[in-house]
Design a protein around this ligand. Structure first.
Ligand SMILES: Cc1cc2nc3c(=O)[nH]c(=O)nc-3n(C[C@H](O)[C@H](O)[C@H](O)COP(=O)(O)O)c2cc1C
Length: 458
């Protein structure tokens, strides 16, 4: 059965394969950036090295996230954000010139961009990379970012996806309107609630027709949106049972959207802590966790929920007895309100930490580490686990966040990839030169009304 037929099938069929992406995070508490081994988060050399290592390991995609405003903490920029994060499309354009096969995925939100502009910039990346560009569609989840844009305001959750729908449809129409049967390039008109578009595409199609569409966003609206539009979902469900459940949900949504059961691939966020033996991997995990959250970061994390300075507290001691001063908890102004009552949360956390005998540092580490997303073990044991994911089709691959930049992929590429290849679940060469080919995606079919010249409104 060809890939195209598999994509259109009404019955889900596991591909039996695992593919990898690398998610280079500039802003997070999962990367160790205060250790002798840590590199820069802004130096091009870090990006080049990790992208080329990923390509040596036949990774399908190199991802960059997007964060448009520094989070704040007690009125100051959040310490973890200050390492910097270059613009994704600029960085990917530079990486296109030092890589050959790996896909280049830019996370770009639909809430603050404009479709004609973004479609052109993504088409440019697609063209100069020889058909390797992808767009990870997000709506962004906080009002804090909205305040940074001249439109101001903040769209409600439901409105953000309505906006995203019109945005993505407009972008697709722009890409589809180059060389239609009616002529070289056709005008695309859109009249919507949030913007009006009157554009004639300025670029020819790329080697993969148009950028591949990824999606990240986990609400029911987000999932249904992905089922209608995405080629791949960047999910938050790497644990086996959870991944199987997520696949089931996605297959149902894809069929309801009139697409095939295999139309949307799934790549969850993940972290790998590997070593030759299980014991060494566990030791390594302790080391990684101790460096991911340092003493100051541990105290600062609690300060976000307590709403007050806690610098007098020993990071290796118990959680503060003193009560929070805020009414509601907020994990930085950037992540939005959690809504729990601060006092209740503090009581609950103090009890939990006491119960488990955890210090501030250990407790914060347990809350912030990618606990669910971590594969810890020997190369062979982890390869066996991933082969099981491939066998049942729980996922199509994993989007790996390395805990160390820029050498964090080395052991995955040197040791895990060969183990997976031996098990027949990982590619032994790139299938082609475009991202679409390497993901095994068919060529998009131009929507029927693209030939009719309709003006669409939302
Ligand atoms: C795995 C994953 C990665 C994400 N990465 C980003 C990101 O880099 N930038 C961003 O603005 N939002 C990111 N998001 C969140 C999206 O903005 C998402 O649209 C938002 O959470 C609101 O959608 P939802 O309610 O459907 O989850 C990510 C979400 C997931 C699940």
């Amino acid at each position: 059965m060809t890939q195209h037929n598999r994509a259109n099938s009404g019955v889900f069929e596991p591909s039996g394969k695992i593919q990898f992406g690398i998610f280079f995070q500039g802003v997070n508490s999962g990367t160790i950036w205060k250790a002798a081994e840590s590199g820069s988060q802004t130096d091009f050399e870090s990006f080049r090295r990790i992208a080329q290592t990923a390509e040596r390991g036949l990774f399908a995609a190199f991802f960059l996230g997007e964060g448009l405003r520094l989070r704040e903490h007690l009125g100051r920029p959040h310490g973890l954000d200050v390492v910097g994060r270059p613009d994704a499309q600029t960085m990917l354009a530079a990486l296109a010139s030092v890589t050959k096969n790996i896909g280049l995925v830019a996370t770009q939100n639909t809430t603050y961009n404009d479709p004609a502009d973004l479609a052109h910039r993504l088409a440019s990346l697609d063209l100069i990379s020889g058909g390797r560009a992808a767009w990870n569609i997000v709506t962004t989840d906080n009002a804090w970012t909205g305040a940074n844009f001249r439109r101001g305001g903040y769209l409600d959750h439901a409105d953000r996806y309505k906006h995203a729908e019109a945005f993505v449809e407009t972008a697709k129409r722009i890409w589809d309107s180059w060389e239609t049967p009616a002529g070289p390039a056709r005008r695309v008109l859109h009249e919507g609630q949030h913007y009006t578009v009157d554009v004639t595409p300025r670029l020819p199609r790329s080697a993969q027709y148009r950028p591949v569409l990824f999606q990240a966003g986990d609400s029911p609206e987000g999932r249904s949106f992905a089922a209608r539009h995405a080629d791949v979902i960047f999910s938050a469900h790497p644990k086996f049972d959870d991944a199987v459940e997520f696949r089931k949900d996605l297959v149902e949504r894809s069929l309801a959207a009139g697409r095939g059961a295999n139309a949307v691939q799934i790549m969850p966020a993940s972290e790998f802590i590997l070593a030759p033996t299980a014991g060494e991997a566990l030791e390594k995990k302790e080391w990684v966790r101790s460096l991911q959250i340092g003493p100051q970061q541990a105290v600062a994390y609690l300060e976000q929920f307590w709403g007050r300075e806690l610098s007098g507290y020993d990071p290796d001691g118990p959680l503060p007895e003193i009560d929070p001063v805020v009414e509601e908890t907020s994990e930085t102004r950037g992540s939005g309100f959690h809504g729990a009552k601060a006092r209740q949360l503090a009581d609950q956390w103090r009890a939990e930490a006491k119960d488990k005998g955890l210090s501030i540092r250990q407790f914060v580490s347990s809350k912030t580490a990618r606990v669910d997303a971590t594969f810890t073990g020997s190369y062979t044991a982890v390869a066996d686990r991933l082969a099981e994911y491939a066998r049942v089709g729980a996922v199509d691959g994993f989007n790996i966040s390395p805990w160390l930049i820029p050498t964090g992929l080395d052991d995955i590429v040197n040791h895990l990839v060969p183990e997976l290849q031996e098990r027949g679940v990982y590619p032994t060469e790139y299938a082609g030169s475009t991202l679409r080919e390497n993901l095994g995606l068919g060529t998009p079919v131009r929507s029927a009304d693209e030939t009719a010249g309709a003006v669409r409104a939302s």
